[in-house]
Design a protein around this ligand. Structure first.
Ligand code: FAD
Length: 476
């Protein structure tokens, strides 16, 4: 592996901050930090630093600004846009937050948890559960992604419909600025109108403005009622009509409304061990409906029964099953969360994480399908996602027997095609995964010139030396 250059003297100065055991310089030790979750980006780095305290992070950033050394913050490295890995042919230093993983406080009365930025999401969920509370962010990567990464990507996941995304789940932040200054904004207030909202600038900034070292997160009562159903339908239009009825009937009790195509069910049952189709009949489309209620278990049961019978009567639902146990509820969610990994064994897959206004989903998908099939006859479109949020993972698997590389070489062309249709419907080319390196060059086309200018000015104000994750979100 070609090593990018950083003088031995500078490496020694950085290593002295964390101690030699937490400064990785050997190729074998560094390798896992260089490749992102989908394998699309493979960067190089001469040094990975693993600080154990906030002060160490501050000392690292102060030295980086002094010496103009690029820093790439890395959490669980599960991001999908190449934001967490170093660039190719540069001397970026990776700053791993994994050792900053302390729960600082948990307050079930105030409904908050205060945690280090490197805490793994599943650990936060477990700590909340231990005091009878819920931390509702839930993602397929929750066993390894970290709170700092979730905040930096403004992660969404499966319960945004009821609880909002990471921006809505955060009350306060602690951030180390590129200069090495520490901003303690760990406020626990739901109401605080004192000047500009600095917190919201760091959320979704993908590590380009500072390093999130701590956060105050909201907790919620654990729901007493929980029902999950899996329904077969004829069309995306019918799924939208059912969603409209579900949100009218259930209000904020509607926690998830996920869309899946038959092809996705075929892929998961074929490739993911333990996944089986819970319906005896075959349908073109499916929805997973999740209802949770905090008053009584019966309320969720009543709501689900009424919704499904209304859907059957209206001819929207062709067949449905309601999970009878926690194990079955998890199995239905597991099928939904396996949609993405199940595409891998089918060959190349070109991905789009897009959103459009919910009511435009059927028209957007019909138009995109026609355009993609005209461009690549035989392409297998596996579009699924958080329908209730208008967020579709519009993924295209290669035609059976096609050359994988030749298909993947058309990634940009397909992005251009699909994103053009997304914009026609006033949508977003990145609903929940961010910009990173993957969509950096498209950003200027989808944001107004004045927005690009303001973003650059914010970047310069926070990071005058340009050391924070250069080449991500904005061009370096
Ligand atoms: P990383 O990948 O390490 O980093 C992501 C970005 O944040 C990078 O730009 C990095 O530089 C920056 N960063 C990381 N930590 C910090 C920090 N402490 N301070 C400042 N910057 C930092 N995402 C969704 O939104 N919804 C989903 O449903 C979803 N499902 C997923 C399912 C699977 C199986 C996988 C693999 C990923 C999924 N993702 C999803 C994407 C990913 O898990 C999220 O983006 C997650 O929030 C990233 O967290 P991380 O700790 O892995 O961050």
């Amino acid at each position: 592996m070609v090593k990018a250059t950083l003088s031995p003297d500078l490496i020694a100065r950085f290593a002295a901050i964390v101690g030699p055991a937490q400064a990785l310089v050997d190729d074998g030790d560094i390798a896992p930090y260089l490749i992102e979750s989908r394998g699309l980006y493979h960067g190089v780095s001469p040094l990975v630093l693993r600080p154990g305290t906030v002060q160490e992070v501050a000392d690292i950033l102060a030295l980086a600004t002094e010496t103009r050394t690029a820093i790439v913050p890395q959490g669980g490295n599960t991001g999908h846009v190449g934001g967490s890995v170093p660039r190719e042919e540069a001397a970026d230093v990776v700053l791993s937050l994994s050792r900053l993983n302390r729960i600082r406080d948990i307050d079930p009365v105030g409904n908050v948890i205060v945690a280090d930025g490197g805490c793994v999401l599943a650990d936060i969920q477990a700590q909340a559960e231990a005091v009878g509370r819920l931390f509702p962010l839930s993602l397929g990567s929750e066993g390894s992604c970290q709170i700092g990464g979730n905040l930096s990507t403004n992660a969404g996941g499966t319960a945004v419909l009821a609880y909002g995304g990471m921006r809505q789940l955060c009350l306060g932040l602690e951030v180390v600025l590129p200069t090495g200054e520490i901003w303690n904004g760990l406020r626990r207030l739901k109401k605080d109108n004192t000047g500009y909202d600095l917190r919201d600038l760091f959320i979704g900034a993908e590590g380009t403005l500072g390093v999130i070292t701590g956060a105050v997160l909201k907790l919620f009562p654990r729901p007493l009622g929980h029902e999950v159903a899996f329904a077969g339908l004829q069309s995306v239009k019918d799924a939208l009509a059912l969603f409209e009825r579900a949100s009218s009937r259930c209000g904020t009790a509607l926690t998830g409304f996920e869309l899946m195509p038959r092809l996705g069910v075929d892929f998961t049952t074929r490739h993911i061990p333990g996944v089986r189709d819970p319906l005896a009949t075959v349908h073109d489309w499916y929805v997973l409906i999740d209802i949770s209620t905090s008053d009584a278990a019966e309320t969720a049961t009543r709501m689900m029964e009424a919704l499904l019978s209304e859907g059957l009567e209206a001819g929207l639902v062709e067949d449905a099953v309601v999970a009878a146990s926690e194990e079955q509820r998890k199995a239905l969610w597991h099928m939904r969360e396996s949609m993405s990994p199940a595409q891998k064994p089918e060959g190349g897959s070109i991905k789009h994480d897009v959103s459009v206004p919910v009511s435009a989903i059927p028209d957007f998908m019909a138009e995109a399908d026609t355009a993609v099939m005209a461009a690549i006859p035989g392409a297998r479109i596996c579009s699924f996602g958080h329908m209730g949020d208008g967020n579709i993972h519009y993924n295209i698997s290669q035609p059976v027997g096609a050359d994988k590389q030749a298909f993947l070489d058309r990634w940009r062309e397909m992005n251009h095609l699909v994103h053009g249709i997304v914009l026609k419907y006033h949508g977003s080319i990145s609903a929940e995964h961010g910009i990173g390196q993957l969509k950096r060059d498209e950003l200027a086309a989808v944001r107004e010139p004045i927005e690009m200018d303001l973003m650059r000015r914010v970047k310069r104000a926070f990071d005058p030396a340009g050391i924070m994750n250069p080449g991500k979100v904005l061009t370096a």
